[in-house]
Structure formats: C-alpha cells, structure tokens
Design a protein around this ligand. Structure first.
Ligand code: ADP
Ligand code: MG
Length: 222
C-alpha cells in the first residue's frame, strides 16, 4: 500500500509567542491509501488538534505535513481551502445547518469547493443510507443517528479522497453508534481512506492502525 498522509515532526502550539501552549507534537506518522486509522486518547490529549491539522482546518506550527500531492505545511489559506474540497469531514455534533432541509444540507457539502452537485445525487446518497423517505425533512426533527448519517452524506457528496471523523459517535446511543460504525467500515471496504478520532476503544476492532495519544504526543502505534 502507498503512503497517502505523511506527518513528520509536526507540532501545534497555541497561546502567544511569549507564552506558547503545546497542543500537539512532535508527532510523526504515515497513513496508507485505503487504510482505516483510529486515533485514541483521553480528552485533551490533542486528538482533535491533530485531526484539524490533517484536515487543513488549522496550520502546523512546525514540521512537515503532506497529503497526496498537497504540502499542507507550505499551503496558504486559499490552498488549504482547495485541499478541503477534496476531503470529507464529520464531527461529533453533526454541524448541520438548521435552516436547510435534509437534502439541502447534503448538497451543501459540494458548495465549499465551488463544485455543483445534482439534487438527484444527494437524494440517492440519502437513500443509500436509509434516509430517502426523509429527504425533505427539517433536520431539527431527525434523531442523532439520522443527523450523523446526513452529515456522512454531506461529507461524501463531493467524492472525497479521505474521510476524517472527529468523535462521530460521541453523542449517539449504542444502536446508532453501531450503525455508524458499520457504515464507516463498509465505506473503508469500498476503498475510502478513513481517519477517525474516538475515545471508544471498540472502534479499534475495525481499524488497520491504532494511534494512541497522550499530552499531545503519540505514545503507541499499532
Ligand atoms: P482532544 O481532542 O484529544 O480532547 P484537543 O486537541 O481538543 O484534545 O486539545 C489538546 C490541547 O490543546 C488541550 O490542552 C486544549 O485545551 C488545547 N487547545 C485546543 N484547541 C485550542 C485553542 N484553539 N486554543 C488554545 N488551546 C487549545
Ligand atoms: Mg476532541
């Protein structure tokens, strides 16, 4: 398998120049094309910060971070935005827009990169994830599990090269959690590279790689 994401001595500091606060680093790791990587660790261990760096939502303080042909540590905001249009991201609290209906929320996933998407493609994706009958529903009326499936559809509509997930089941009940877990496992089987932050060790069972973080550093890789 070929390396898709390469992280070399990356750090992320917050705070001020006089008073820097380390959130991550230095960390080094490689993630292969088509793999399923799970990042585990306690709250505050730097998981989200690392994921945000990999997603191009935040910039590294030092080190080298390369995804495919994109050298993120040398990218300006415009280049990072272009990079983000090639990936999908889902979050713990779904981040759906309450004033848009279900299918509009899914279509929104393609607007960021300036691409346009057919309504039918969004409906088809929702149907694939058993939400076809709710495509015009007000997202406020959906259950947590349904909202996360809408967020997954929104992440997939632009045919991403990688799906990044930050605690995607953190707010779900056990049966919705299992459903989302099965969806992610299936997507990975069909070739999608997945990088997921969780503190649910159950996900380790479906991962190819398990990264354990503590105090901003990687303390174990399997
Ligand atoms: P996790 O996702 O594992 O819970 P985070 O990556 O959110 O951890 O946070 C790692 C550390 O960085 C924490 O100490 C947190 O307080 C700090 N941190 C995260 N984001 C910021 C920020 N925007 N400004 C200052 N400190 C931050
Ligand atoms: Mg977090």
């Amino acid at each position: 398998m070929s390396v898709l994401i390469s992280v070399d001595n990356v750090t992320k500091y917050y705070g001020t120049r006089k008073n820097p606060i380390k959130a991550v680093g230095p960390v080094s790791l490689n993630i292969n094309q088509g793999s399923f990587t799970v990042i585990l660790g306690r709250s505050g261990s730097g998981k989200s910060t690392l994921l945000n760096l990999l997603c191009g939502l935040d910039k590294v303080t030092s080190g080298e971070l390369v995804v495919g042909s994109d050298k993120l540590n040398e990218s300006n905001s415009k280049k990072l935005a272009k990079y983000r249009s090639k990936i999908g991201i889902i979050f713990q609290f779904y981040n759906l827009l309450p004033n848009l209906n279900t299918v509009e929320n899914v279509m929104m996933g393609s607007w960021a990169g300036g691409k346009s998407t057919s309504y039918q493609k969004a409906v088809d994706l929702l149907t694939k994830f058993n939400l076809g009958h709710r495509f015009k529903a007000d997202v406020k009326t959906l259950s947590g599990g349904e909202k996360q499936r809408v967020a997954i559809c929104r992440a997939l509509i632009g045919d991403p090269e990688i799906l990044f997930c930050d605690e995607p089941t953190g707010a779900l009940d056990t049966s919705s959690e299992t459903q989302v877990k099965d969806i992610l496992a299936e997507l990975n089987k069909s070739g999608l590279t997945i990088v997921m932050v969780t503190h649910n060790p159950e996900f380790a069972g479906i991962a190819d790689n398990i990264i354990n973080m503590s105090d901003g550093e990687i303390i174990d890789k399997q």
